[in-house]
Design a protein around this ligand. Structure first.
Ligand code: SF4
Length: 332
């Protein structure tokens, strides 16, 4: 507002219109002078996202494919849990990290999203929920992209959605997930926030992790764990480790024992995720019985473990699937 030659207090009015009243145009911001409304409309894009498709699952999961102003497409998901509604946001168009079980990385990285484009995903999700008087309770930064490769925009996004004049989502209700960009784990720990951190681990040793996640060659497992210990000591928060179970690859008893030994004594939670089938990769699902055995073995090392409930099994739920289909359609 100061840049626009306005008193700073006008910012609060604009935030009210954007995040509380969630209007569709600057024109509707009726307590702003007409000249300012025109000025804002000339300088800013109020709608950085256009809905391309919405898929609804029987379990209440809603998946959006949004078009950006430059023609790229991204995905955002609303999930319903017992504790409330969460939204999973995307931070990059595509991803360059190259995890072998992930569809989002197949076309590489196209570009980083701006903080505004990330915030807009939550606003659009909330607008969708307004019709049923529901509210976004938590946000997970776990969609396509590596948030710590788009660090500044991700932090800016968190500040906006957490702000009491913004969407006012509590820090403890926000979780960021990284594949292990070690320097930014230290940076994130030093932000001194109560925002949760999840690490995509997926393997209990250096060689196996490198074969599944090329980033492990750049930031080896031992360095990643050092950064995790730093985060735990600095924040006093519990850390989550995501572990995608891939049939025959990383889901055997020996892997569970190795993982148990690795994480024993850490204030952490392991979240086991039976992999979604990605047609481009030939990964099979872990049998149900083995998923439970894997959990029991980890618990024998006093490592807290949960099995992620699947959302939207009847729609394109794995991140990147809907976008990949969309770009195939455009190319053919
Ligand atoms: S899992 Fe995440 S970090 Fe890995 S390739 Fe997919 S989007 Fe990128």
């Amino acid at each position: 507002m100061t840049d626009q030659g306005q008193p700073a207090w006008r910012a609060k009015q604009v935030m009210d219109w954007l995040y509380l009243k969630r209007v569709d145009s600057f024109e509707e911001m009726s307590n702003l002078p007409k000249t300012l409304r025109n000025q804002l409309a000339d300088s800013f894009e109020l709608h950085p996202l256009k809905v391309i498709t919405i898929q609804k699952s029987q379990d209440g999961t809603v998946k959006f494919l949004f078009g950006l102003t430059d023609g790229h497409a991204i995905e955002t998901v609303i999930m319903r849990h017992q504790y409330g509604i969460s939204v999973c946001v995307t931070t990059q168009v595509g991803c360059r990290i190259g995890c072998t079980f992930c569809a989002s990385t197949l076309g590489g990285l196209k570009r980083n999203l701006t903080a505004g484009e990330i915030v807009a995903q939550v606003v659009m999700a909330q607008k969708h929920l307004d019709s049923t008087n529901e509210r976004v309770r938590s946000v997970v930064v776990m969609g396509s992209g590596e948030p710590f490769e788009n660090y500044d925009a991700t932090m800016h996004f968190i500040r906006i959605i957490n702000d009491s004049s913004g969407l006012h989502i509590g820090q403890r209700h926000i979780t960021v997930s990284t594949s292990g960009v070690v320097p930014n784990i230290y940076r994130f720990a030093d932000e001194n926030w109560q925002v949760g951190l999840a690490i995509s681990l997926h393997a209990p040793n250096q060689d196996l992790r490198s074969s599944l996640m090329p980033i492990n060659r750049r930031y080896p497992l031992a360095e990643l764990l050092d950064a995790c210990w730093y985060y735990l000591e600095k924040t006093g928060r519990r850390l989550t480790f995501e572990y995608a179970l891939i049939g025959g690859k990383n889901d055997q008893d020996e892997h569970a024992h190795e993982l148990g030994k690795l994480l024993q004594g850490m204030n952490c939670l392991v979240n086991l995720i039976p992999v979604n089938y990605v047609p481009e990769r030939n990964y099979t699902r872990t049998p149900r019985k083995q998923i439970f055995k894997f959990k029991r073995i980890l618990e024998s090392y006093q490592v807290n473990t949960t099995i992620r409930r699947e959302h939207g099994h009847d729609i394109d739920a794995a991140c990147g699937q809907l976008r990949a289909k969309h770009s195939q359609l455009i190319q053919t």
